[in-house]
Design a protein around this ligand. Sequence first.
Ligand SMILES: Cc1ncc(COP(=O)(O)O)c(C=O)c1O
Length: 350
Amino acid sequence: MIDIETLIRPNIRALKPYRSARQDYLSGVLLDANENAFGSAITFDGLDLNRYPDPFQTALRSRLAQLHEVQRENLFVGVGSDEVIDLLLRIFCEPRKDAALILEPTYGMYRVAADVNNVEVDSCLLTDDFQIDVEAVKKCTKENTKIIFCCSPNNPTGNLLNRDDILNLCAQTSAIVVADEAYADFAQAESLISSIGQFPNLVVLRTLSKAWGLAAIRLGYAVAHPQIVTYLMKVKSPYNINILTSTEALKALVNTEHVQKSVAAVAAERQRLVRELSTFQFVKKVYPSDANFLLVRCTEARLLYTQLAQRGIIVRDRSSEPKLENCLRISIGTPEQNDLLLNALKELEQ
Ligand SMILES: Cc1ncc(COP(=O)(O)O)c(C=O)c1O
């Protein structure tokens, strides 16, 4: 079985983390953190904001652990999953020495975060139906490959990656395999979270930004082996999750009904959009989607993108990505928004 410890950068292994004031005591006569004892300039939901928040995010991590039927020690929360992606690179990849492998076309932040950290990025293409070519990935995996990013459902292609392919990479490589499940709530498939006990090198990323509808509060999380969570806790900034975010997240996480309703509404509109979009002459292919967006291959994506923008409808042109020539990514909107999109397209077709 893979030894996580050997994958950690030596300076991180040796790191003495910052000790923050709130680690030992969260209540009492708090004269330890140079806060303003006279209160905050504003309150939030009647809550004073003058104290630093819990650096361990105990309540929030417990609730998320309960939701996914894992232990709190398996849970790390970040300022969006983007923060977790950055921290993973910083923990495992020595700048200018180690590499991260991405399976393109995929979410652009993996490359940006690696570039920011001066970590080499290797790219292995997905197959024509946007699945993992396991043999090709293994060939692309070098001795210095420390992280492989797998996005499932994949952004911007929308499809789930084959679960067994991801697990094969966990079993057959000595890298950290990140399964980014930002859009998993929209898919009818079992989460890879159930495999973290079996594979200590598997890190599953989730976010409240999509199905939970909470992109504005910036909360994402990793579910992984406790050893990885411990290192994430060591390298994060002491109070990364602010109290407004954690309070609202805790309130929201009770409302699983909102997720169910959103997922059902997205599925219905997704089905309608697939059907209707396919009828336009300038649409060559609408790809099947397990997410809350569609990948659409057009005759002239850039032109269509501009024409839609001129009508106030903003989609994403993904044409510059490998294998995505003339492809737009269109988020599933409300029925009214989707009607506006379809009407604009009808106008453009005349
Ligand atoms: C695949 C994927 N992962 C992660 C993120 C970032 O999510 P967060 O808002 O939690 O930082 C996104 C955002 O679009 C995404 O598409």
